[in-house]
Design a protein around this ligand. Sequence first.
Ligand code: B12
Length: 248
Amino acid sequence: MKTNGNDIEKTIVDKAKELGASLAGIASIDDLKASSSYEIYDKRPFYEEYKGVKWRKEHKSILVWALIHPASEPVLDWWSMKVPGFTPGNGVMRMQSRKLRIWLGEELGINALSLPYQIEYGGAFLKDSAHLAGLGVIGKNNLLITPEFGPRVRLRGIFMEAALKPTGPAEFDPCNGCDMPCHRACPRGAFRSGSFERDFCKEENDKRDAEAEMIDGAIMGIKEVSKVSKPCRICEFACPFGQKGAVL
Ligand code: B12
């Protein structure tokens, strides 16, 4: 087993970054199971295909990482059914996931499972995972806010058959004293009750789906022209924390 100074967690986080992750960390599955999203989601799933989570006892830890999605690269977030992983950003993260899974097995002898993005097909709640792994905190806009990039990141995870030391949670309080421009910016008033209400958010994203345009494959990283929708990022861009970095 090749580790950096016997610190297996650091070795794994460093590898994720070497493979292109902007941030990475590790959380325990027991902590993740106890996070509020599972309880809430079980009562009212977003996708009807969801039939609950089948936890496997061998999975002890989750590696979760973030890929920066700057405003200068909007295409990373555009959706097309023809793009592997649906968005170019997810396409990049799927490849990172595959490489990390193989490396974990070959170099560290850790069996791992690359998680799909979707909860209903076995995915995990990635904001909760990222918070527990110390990447950032869940802010008033209901998004993971990181010290480095604000909310302008997308997430991915891998379950690992090894009980590793969590790298979080993070001590960070970005919303303290903020007058919440994210709440005022939402075109659908999804924060009218003071917290996020997904039905209003969904209305905006459904409208954007209905307005999907045919876009050249070269732009989406595929060969053919395809129907592309551009999800809303208004509460994400309104966050003052995401506006601080020079390249964001
Ligand atoms: C389904 C889904 C949607 C649905 C439903 C959203 C919802 N929140 O219910 C729709 C289509 C509406 C949507 C919209 C968006 N989404 Co979305 N979505 C998802 C998905 C697949 C599952 C999320 C989910 O159902 N969560 C379960 C519900 C119950 O939880 P929740 O509302 O998110 O909030 C819970 C947590 O915040 C938790 N919580 C709050 N505080 C704390 C504190 C601690 C300590 C812990 C542990 C937990 C916790 O409690 C809340 C429940 O009350 C995830 C991917 C994934 N696999 O996780 C992406 C994901 C959350 N979405 C993402 C994004 C970016 C968006 C959008 C900006 C659109 C876009 N451009 O892609 C908007 C933002 C909406 C918003 N402000 O939350 C990113 C978030 C990145 C980030 N920085 O946080 C994710 C992780 C996908 C990705 N590619 O990385 N999304």
